[in-house]
Write a protein that binds this ligand. Sequence first.
Ligand code: HEC
Ligand code: HEC
Length: 294
Amino acid sequence: MSDHKHKDEVTGVETTGHDWDGIRELNNPLPKWWLYTFYICIVWSFAYWVVMPAWPYLSGGAWTYTTGVIGYEQRNVVTNELAAIAEGRSETMLKIASMPLEEVASDPALMEVALGAGKAAFGDNCAPCHGSGAQGGKGFPNLNDDDWLWGGTLEDIRVTLTHGIRWDADGDTRQNIMMAYGRDGILTRAEISDVVEHVLSLSGRSEDTDAAARGASIFADQCVACHGAEGKGNRELGAPDLSDHIWLYGEDRASIVQTVSNGRSGVMPAWGGRLGEGTINALTLYVHSLGGGE
Ligand code: HEC
Ligand code: HEC
């Protein structure tokens, strides 16, 4: 140990007084800015422990933590953020409910929400009858194709969904009943056989031209009012096109005989009143987007 006030000759800085074999240690204090930052950090950390969740501790055998005086929790932050998103979505649904469908369709952001909501609502409400891919089945129309019973514009589809088809509880339901020509005794078995032969001829499948010719005049008398002279159908009346290769109740002779003898009168529930306006519109846009929309 030597003189405490010793100064290093080269730098002019005081030494600490430590001396190892003539090597002395300069006494350079920490810079002031560093020191004050350090003190502030210490004060900050104490304040942080008090205000924010900080210390883990065992309580009754389970780990918990000090919650801090403001009770901040990230779980609450996430909950609030989710609520804000849901809020935003319901605002979007309000727009989808109140805006004209064409305007919604031309707004990609609204459409994204509408198609998502439509798809979900379809799975919940429509898939049991129309299939999860809207592919339909016997008696339940395929909604992916452009063959429409009642029309495939946005407005047509919206009306179908809102009021249903042959849904008696709705006064504005789509209504048209094909008679049960056999059961109600309007045509004989032989006449039904002939008219079915004519129906088969409309899609080029008749094997008995005589019967088909006889059937043609029965068709002209009994069927054209709804199905049209060429059997092309009529959307005002929900009468299917009989000349295409798409069949609601089966394309084979036996199925067609069954349809003509007993009628079918498929029923589709009305969804207005059961589903909100926003959901109906979302479903309309979804069904319209499936491939057959007009
Ligand atoms: C209980 C069974 C059932 C349920 C559930 C059902 N539908 Fe239908 N839907 C039908 C039947 C049957 C028809 C055909 C009726 C007819 O003969 O015209 C039909 C027809 C339609 C049509 C008209 C198709 C055309 O070619 O014009 C649309 C659109 C439609 N359904 C959409 C939906 C949507 C969307 C839902 C869900 C909200 C739904 N359906 C739920 C039975 C159902
Ligand atoms: C009052 C209108 C009306 C008349 C008249 C009518 N149909 Fe129909 N027809 C319909 C409707 C509506 C359907 C849709 C099926 C349903 O009832 O769900 C249909 C369905 C059919 C189908 C089933 C098509 C398919 O895709 O499976 C056949 C076949 C058919 N009609 C044949 C006839 C024949 C033949 C006659 C005359 C003897 C006739 N229809 C008269 C309204 C009519």
